[in-house]
Design a protein around this ligand. Structure first.
Ligand code: IPE
Ligand code: IPE
Ligand code: MG
Length: 246
């Protein structure tokens, strides 16, 4: 029986973020090239997107390509960019059928023109969908995002648009790529690695972290349910005592 029945729909995480890791190792285990792992990883993306929408998760953010990933072999980067274009073309129907809005965070100007254009097109054609917001982190790095935000804020201070006294957490939030998203409630990383790799450092301040050994191409709806069930067992204290919460 599906684990789905154990999920409490009244206390769902409002924002799930996933570090989709392990494509290369998955392929290697099968004696295949890394690209084969990336291709199969797109199936897991579809599973997780569908499962999240079905459950009623409002925000799902997927780490697809980091600023550091530009340092991979040129051919692998090229393969990933090609795969992105074909996935965007292919998945637009899934997004429309499921009433999902696509957005993207990251230094998007770094993306090849074709990718950027396809991305803009899908973002534009799904912008009125309202069941769930799916955010792709592309050419995304948290330090780059924070640096970008600091530049914007200081330039506004210089031009007397904001005063230093008024800089607070909400102003900083408004200058991040994630400005329209709530904080992350649940962060999942696959493949057994237990690190953040420059993902949403500010936004995960109070996220529950969930690590699994499952390699990304093997990740299914059931694995997502497992993570959510574990999340729902945790007591989120936000600095308070357990007694204060009840
Ligand atoms: C995640 O899988 C996909 C991207 C980072 C683009 P990897 O390609 O990092 O796979 P491993 O970690 O080498 O197994
Ligand atoms: C993190 O995975 C980035 C994405 C999943 C897109 P990496 O495979 O790049 O992370 P490290 O290098 O192992 O930390
Ligand atoms: Mg990896």
């Amino acid at each position: 029986m599906s684990l789905k029945v154990h999920i409490h729909t009244d206390i769902l995480p409002k924002h799930i973020a996933i570090i989709m890791d392990g494509n290369g190792r998955w392929a290697k285990q099968k004696g295949m090239i890394r690209a084969f792992g990336h291709e199969n990883g797109t199936k897991s993306v579809r599973q997780v997107v569908e499962a999240s929408a079905e459950l009623g998760i409002l925000n799902l953010t997927l780490y697809a390509f980091s600023t550091e990933n530009w340092n991979r072999p040129r051919l692998e980067v090229k393969t990933l960019m090609k795969l992105l274009i074909s996935s965007l073309k292919k998945e637009i129907k899934t997004l429309q059928d499921n009433d999902i809005r696509l957005t993207a965070i990251g230094n998007l100007n770094m993306l090849p023109k074709k990718v950027h254009e396809e991305l803009k097109e899908v973002i534009n054609s799904t912008k009125n969908n309202s069941r769930m917001t799916l955010t792709l982190a592309l050419s995304y790095g948290s330090r780059e995002e924070l640096t970008h935000a600091i530049k914007e804020i200081t330039s506004k201070v210089k031009n007397n648009i904001i005063s230093i006294e008024n800089i607070d957490e909400s102003i900083i939030n408004k200058h991040l790529y994630t400005q329209n998203l709530p904080d992350v409630d649940l962060l999942i990383r696959t493949s057994g690695e237990q690190r953040i790799s420059n993902f949403l450092l500010w936004q995960i301040a109070y996220a529950e972290l969930y690590f699994t050994e499952v390699l990304w191409p093997d990740f299914t709806k059931e694995d997502l349910y497992k993570a959510i069930i574990e999340y729902q067992k945790r007591e989120r204290r936000f600095g308070k005592t357990s007694e204060q919460l009840s």
